[in-house]
Ligand binder design. Sequence first.
Ligand SMILES: [Mg+2]
Length: 219
Amino acid sequence: MGFRYVLGVDLDGVCADYNAGFRQVVASDRGIKPSELAPNRSWGFKEWGLDDGEFDRLHQKAVTEDRMLATLPVIDGCADVLWRLSDAGVWIRIITHRLYKNWGHATAVTDTVTWLDNAKIPYRDICFLGAKPEVEADLYIDDAPHNILGLRDAGNDVIVFDQSYNTDLAGPRASTWDEVEELAMSYVAKKSAVQPQLPGIDAGADRLGINTSPTPDST
Ligand SMILES: [Mg+2]
């Protein structure tokens, strides 16, 4: 059986800039400029004056009327790094919690896969989840505090993707996709060190500029 390393990649707040998209929706609903909403927000959006009911109303409008999930900006570097990790033999498993509300599932799924195609993000499989955070990956990357803590409590390795609402969580932490790549490759290398067969890993090492040739003999 060959070596397989599965990286579980969350979408909102990691690959897709949910803050930017939802900011537009909230501002437009209120007739204000997006810049009038606080740049940093906590997980519950209290800085934007949203309670749970108002968040639900606007999120539903964003998904079903504005089709926000098809048009969210892609976070810088995401597609390029995921292609390099995939080339290095890492199995990319997209994990999204976009079905946590019991409405709009067809739109959420359709717009998510359309968005992934448009963003040119590679993946081997995709999991649409409700509340359960764990999908048997070797390593996860997520931004949501409850998912990160839940995964870690169950014994999983999780990279925190830096957002204003998760700064109090312990690392490992990445604020850019280049940092995700570096961290993920170090986890892969640790696991691959005990594997007899490493298909795909050589190409990744070359790409990262690791020089394994012997030092020339000067004598
Ligand atoms: Mg997220």
